[in-house]
Design a binder for this molecule. Sequence first.
Ligand code: ADP
Ligand code: ADP
Ligand code: ZN
Length: 214
Amino acid sequence: MNIILLGPPGAGKGTQSARLVEQYGMHQLSTGDMLRAAVKAKTPVGLEAKAVMERGELVSDEIVSALIDAELGAMAPATGAIFDGYPRTEPQARALDAILERHGRKLDHVIELEVDEDALVDRITGRFTCANCGAGYHDRYHLPKVDGVCDRCGGTEFKRRPDDNEETVRMRMQEYRAKTAPILPVYDARGIVSRVDGMASIEDVTKALDAIVS
Ligand code: ADP
Ligand code: ADP
Ligand code: ZN
Protein backbone atom coordinates (compact mmCIF):
# COMPACT_ATOMS: atom_id res chain seq x y z
CA MET A 1 0.00 0.00 0.00
CA ASN A 2 1.35 3.41 -1.02
CA ILE A 3 -0.57 6.55 -0.14
CA ILE A 4 -0.09 10.29 -0.37
CA LEU A 5 -1.50 12.56 2.34
CA LEU A 6 -2.13 15.94 0.82
CA GLY A 7 -3.20 19.15 2.48
CA PRO A 8 -2.00 22.62 3.41
CA PRO A 9 0.31 23.27 6.39
CA GLY A 10 -1.51 22.30 9.58
CA ALA A 11 -4.07 20.09 7.83
CA GLY A 12 -3.08 17.15 10.04
CA LYS A 13 -0.82 15.16 7.71
CA GLY A 14 1.86 14.48 10.33
CA THR A 15 -0.69 13.68 13.05
CA GLN A 16 -2.54 11.18 10.87
CA SER A 17 0.64 9.66 9.42
CA ALA A 18 1.78 8.80 12.94
CA ARG A 19 -1.52 7.02 13.53
CA LEU A 20 -1.27 5.01 10.30
CA VAL A 21 2.27 4.03 11.24
CA GLU A 22 1.07 2.80 14.61
CA GLN A 23 -1.97 0.99 13.31
CA TYR A 24 -0.72 -0.58 10.10
CA GLY A 25 3.06 -0.66 10.50
CA MET A 26 3.42 1.56 7.45
CA HIS A 27 6.44 3.84 7.07
CA GLN A 28 6.07 7.62 7.01
CA LEU A 29 8.16 9.49 4.47
CA SER A 30 8.06 13.16 5.48
CA THR A 31 10.26 15.45 3.40
CA GLY A 32 9.80 18.14 6.06
CA ASP A 33 11.23 15.81 8.73
CA MET A 34 14.05 14.70 6.43
CA LEU A 35 14.94 18.32 5.66
CA ARG A 36 14.84 19.34 9.34
CA ALA A 37 17.19 16.44 10.14
CA ALA A 38 19.53 17.62 7.37
CA VAL A 39 19.46 21.20 8.70
CA LYS A 40 20.26 19.95 12.20
CA ALA A 41 23.13 17.79 10.94
CA LYS A 42 24.40 20.68 8.78
CA THR A 43 24.72 18.46 5.70
CA PRO A 44 25.11 20.21 2.30
CA VAL A 45 21.36 19.70 1.70
CA GLY A 46 20.59 21.15 5.12
CA LEU A 47 22.77 24.19 4.56
CA GLU A 48 21.02 24.87 1.26
CA ALA A 49 17.51 24.29 2.63
CA LYS A 50 17.66 26.20 5.91
CA ALA A 51 16.95 29.76 4.75
CA VAL A 52 14.36 28.60 2.20
CA MET A 53 12.43 26.76 4.91
CA GLU A 54 12.62 29.70 7.29
CA ARG A 55 10.96 31.85 4.63
CA GLY A 56 8.25 29.24 4.05
CA GLU A 57 9.24 28.74 0.42
CA LEU A 58 9.73 25.39 -1.28
CA VAL A 59 13.07 23.59 -1.39
CA SER A 60 14.16 22.47 -4.87
CA ASP A 61 12.37 19.56 -6.51
CA GLU A 62 15.69 17.75 -7.13
CA ILE A 63 16.64 17.79 -3.45
CA VAL A 64 13.35 16.48 -2.08
CA SER A 65 12.90 13.85 -4.79
CA ALA A 66 16.42 12.53 -4.11
CA LEU A 67 15.58 12.28 -0.39
CA ILE A 68 12.42 10.31 -1.15
CA ASP A 69 14.18 8.03 -3.62
CA ALA A 70 16.88 7.17 -1.07
CA GLU A 71 14.46 6.52 1.78
CA LEU A 72 12.13 4.40 -0.36
CA GLY A 73 15.12 2.41 -1.61
CA ALA A 74 16.05 1.58 1.98
CA MET A 75 12.57 0.21 2.78
CA ALA A 76 11.52 -3.42 2.72
CA PRO A 77 9.36 -3.94 -0.41
CA ALA A 78 6.41 -5.22 1.65
CA THR A 79 6.27 -2.16 3.92
CA GLY A 80 3.61 0.36 2.97
CA ALA A 81 4.59 3.98 2.36
CA ILE A 82 2.83 7.15 3.50
CA PHE A 83 4.05 10.21 1.66
CA ASP A 84 3.59 13.19 3.99
CA GLY A 85 4.34 16.58 2.48
CA TYR A 86 5.56 15.13 -0.83
CA PRO A 87 4.88 15.65 -3.72
CA ARG A 88 4.28 19.40 -3.49
CA THR A 89 4.74 20.43 -7.14
CA GLU A 90 3.98 19.03 -10.59
CA PRO A 91 7.64 18.06 -11.23
CA GLN A 92 7.70 16.25 -7.88
CA ALA A 93 4.52 14.36 -8.78
CA ARG A 94 6.14 13.21 -12.03
CA ALA A 95 9.34 12.29 -10.19
CA LEU A 96 7.34 10.23 -7.71
CA ASP A 97 5.72 8.24 -10.52
CA ALA A 98 9.17 7.33 -11.84
CA ILE A 99 10.56 6.57 -8.36
CA LEU A 100 7.63 4.30 -7.48
CA GLU A 101 7.96 2.45 -10.75
CA ARG A 102 11.69 1.96 -10.20
CA HIS A 103 10.99 0.48 -6.78
CA GLY A 104 8.19 -1.75 -8.08
CA ARG A 105 5.43 0.11 -6.27
CA LYS A 106 2.15 1.68 -7.32
CA LEU A 107 0.11 4.49 -5.86
CA ASP A 108 -3.09 3.27 -4.19
CA HIS A 109 -4.62 6.41 -2.70
CA VAL A 110 -4.18 10.14 -2.66
CA ILE A 111 -6.01 11.46 0.37
CA GLU A 112 -6.75 15.16 0.54
CA LEU A 113 -7.37 16.60 3.99
CA GLU A 114 -9.79 19.47 3.43
CA VAL A 115 -9.53 22.30 5.94
CA ASP A 116 -10.63 25.92 6.39
CA GLU A 117 -7.73 28.24 5.84
CA ASP A 118 -8.79 30.30 8.86
CA ALA A 119 -8.10 27.36 11.13
CA LEU A 120 -4.60 26.73 9.85
CA VAL A 121 -2.79 29.65 11.44
CA ASP A 122 -4.36 28.66 14.74
CA ARG A 123 -3.26 25.05 14.31
CA ILE A 124 0.27 25.90 13.26
CA THR A 125 0.98 28.53 15.92
CA GLY A 126 -0.23 26.14 18.65
CA ARG A 127 1.81 23.17 17.40
CA PHE A 128 4.62 21.64 19.46
CA THR A 129 6.38 18.27 19.52
CA CYS A 130 8.22 16.07 21.98
CA ALA A 131 11.94 16.86 21.74
CA ASN A 132 12.76 13.20 22.39
CA CYS A 133 10.40 11.16 20.16
CA GLY A 134 8.77 13.75 17.90
CA ALA A 135 5.17 13.04 18.99
CA GLY A 136 2.96 15.95 17.93
CA TYR A 137 0.75 18.06 20.21
CA HIS A 138 -1.25 21.27 20.24
CA ASP A 139 -1.71 23.96 22.90
CA ARG A 140 -5.50 23.62 22.78
CA TYR A 141 -6.49 20.65 20.61
CA HIS A 142 -4.11 17.93 21.73
CA LEU A 143 -2.34 18.34 25.05
CA PRO A 144 -0.40 15.48 26.67
CA LYS A 145 -2.57 13.52 29.12
CA VAL A 146 -0.26 14.46 31.97
CA ASP A 147 0.77 18.10 31.81
CA GLY A 148 4.36 18.42 30.56
CA VAL A 149 4.91 14.69 29.99
CA CYS A 150 4.93 13.07 26.51
CA ASP A 151 2.20 10.39 26.20
CA ARG A 152 4.40 8.24 24.00
CA CYS A 153 7.85 8.28 25.63
CA GLY A 154 7.53 10.07 28.96
CA GLY A 155 9.86 12.86 27.76
CA THR A 156 9.50 16.23 29.45
CA GLU A 157 11.10 18.48 26.86
CA PHE A 158 9.13 19.92 23.99
CA LYS A 159 10.00 22.11 21.04
CA ARG A 160 8.43 24.38 18.44
CA ARG A 161 9.46 24.82 14.81
CA PRO A 162 11.11 28.12 13.85
CA ASP A 163 8.87 28.33 10.77
CA ASP A 164 5.62 27.92 12.73
CA ASN A 165 4.90 31.62 12.95
CA GLU A 166 2.03 33.49 11.35
CA GLU A 167 4.04 35.26 8.65
CA THR A 168 5.73 32.08 7.41
CA VAL A 169 2.49 30.12 7.55
CA ARG A 170 0.86 32.62 5.20
CA MET A 171 3.73 32.13 2.72
CA ARG A 172 3.43 28.33 3.05
CA MET A 173 -0.33 28.54 2.41
CA GLN A 174 0.34 30.62 -0.67
CA GLU A 175 2.89 28.07 -1.92
CA TYR A 176 0.32 25.31 -1.35
CA ARG A 177 -2.37 27.10 -3.33
CA ALA A 178 -0.05 28.06 -6.20
CA LYS A 179 2.08 24.93 -6.57
CA THR A 180 0.61 21.97 -4.70
CA ALA A 181 -3.16 22.20 -5.22
CA PRO A 182 -2.67 22.00 -9.04
CA ILE A 183 -1.33 18.43 -8.77
CA LEU A 184 -4.71 17.11 -7.57
CA PRO A 185 -6.44 17.07 -10.98
CA VAL A 186 -3.73 14.73 -12.29
CA TYR A 187 -4.52 12.18 -9.56
CA ASP A 188 -8.25 12.86 -9.89
CA ALA A 189 -8.03 11.80 -13.52
CA ARG A 190 -6.63 8.46 -12.34
CA GLY A 191 -9.57 8.02 -9.96
CA ILE A 192 -7.44 7.56 -6.84
CA VAL A 193 -8.31 10.70 -4.84
CA SER A 194 -10.35 10.53 -1.64
CA ARG A 195 -11.36 13.66 0.23
CA VAL A 196 -11.60 13.75 4.01
CA ASP A 197 -12.98 16.49 6.24
CA GLY A 198 -9.85 17.65 8.03
CA MET A 199 -11.88 19.96 10.30
CA ALA A 200 -13.32 16.96 12.16
CA SER A 201 -11.69 15.86 15.42
CA ILE A 202 -8.34 14.04 15.22
CA GLU A 203 -10.15 10.77 16.11
CA ASP A 204 -12.81 11.20 13.44
CA VAL A 205 -10.25 12.00 10.77
CA THR A 206 -8.42 8.79 11.71
CA LYS A 207 -11.69 6.84 11.34
CA ALA A 208 -12.25 8.32 7.89
CA LEU A 209 -8.71 7.34 6.85
CA ASP A 210 -9.20 3.83 8.22
CA ALA A 211 -12.26 3.42 6.04
CA ILE A 212 -10.17 4.31 2.98
CA VAL A 213 -7.04 2.26 3.59
CA SER A 214 -8.45 -0.85 5.27
P1 ADP B 1 0.65 19.03 9.03
O1 ADP B 1 1.59 17.86 9.16
O2 ADP B 1 -0.39 18.82 7.97
O3 ADP B 1 1.35 20.34 8.89
P2 ADP B 1 0.02 18.48 11.87
O4 ADP B 1 -0.41 17.05 11.84
O5 ADP B 1 1.36 18.78 12.41
O6 ADP B 1 -0.16 19.12 10.39
O7 ADP B 1 -1.10 19.30 12.68
C1 ADP B 1 -0.92 20.68 12.96
C2 ADP B 1 -1.36 20.98 14.40
O8 ADP B 1 -2.79 20.82 14.49
C3 ADP B 1 -0.75 20.03 15.43
O9 ADP B 1 -0.48 20.78 16.61
C4 ADP B 1 -1.86 18.98 15.68
O10 ADP B 1 -1.84 18.51 17.03
C5 ADP B 1 -3.14 19.79 15.41
N1 ADP B 1 -4.18 18.98 14.74
C6 ADP B 1 -4.00 18.01 13.80
N2 ADP B 1 -5.18 17.51 13.39
C7 ADP B 1 -6.15 18.18 14.09
C8 ADP B 1 -7.60 18.10 14.13
N3 ADP B 1 -8.28 17.25 13.34
N4 ADP B 1 -8.23 18.95 14.97
C9 ADP B 1 -7.53 19.82 15.76
N5 ADP B 1 -6.19 19.93 15.78
C10 ADP B 1 -5.50 19.12 14.95
P1 ADP C 1 3.93 21.63 6.85
O1 ADP C 1 3.60 21.68 8.29
O2 ADP C 1 3.82 22.94 6.17
O3 ADP C 1 3.21 20.56 6.10
P2 ADP C 1 6.56 20.38 6.34
O4 ADP C 1 7.23 19.89 7.57
O5 ADP C 1 5.98 19.40 5.40
O6 ADP C 1 5.50 21.44 6.80
O7 ADP C 1 7.57 21.29 5.52
C1 ADP C 1 8.33 22.32 6.12
C2 ADP C 1 9.12 23.06 5.04
O8 ADP C 1 10.05 22.14 4.43
C3 ADP C 1 8.31 23.62 3.90
O9 ADP C 1 7.79 24.91 4.18
C4 ADP C 1 9.34 23.64 2.77
O10 ADP C 1 10.24 24.74 2.91
C5 ADP C 1 10.14 22.37 3.02
N1 ADP C 1 9.58 21.20 2.33
C6 ADP C 1 9.03 20.07 2.90
N2 ADP C 1 8.62 19.20 1.96
C7 ADP C 1 8.90 19.78 0.75
C8 ADP C 1 8.69 19.40 -0.60
N3 ADP C 1 8.09 18.23 -0.92
N4 ADP C 1 9.09 20.26 -1.57
C9 ADP C 1 9.69 21.42 -1.29
N5 ADP C 1 9.91 21.86 -0.04
C10 ADP C 1 9.52 21.05 0.98
ZN1 ZN D 1 7.93 11.68 23.37
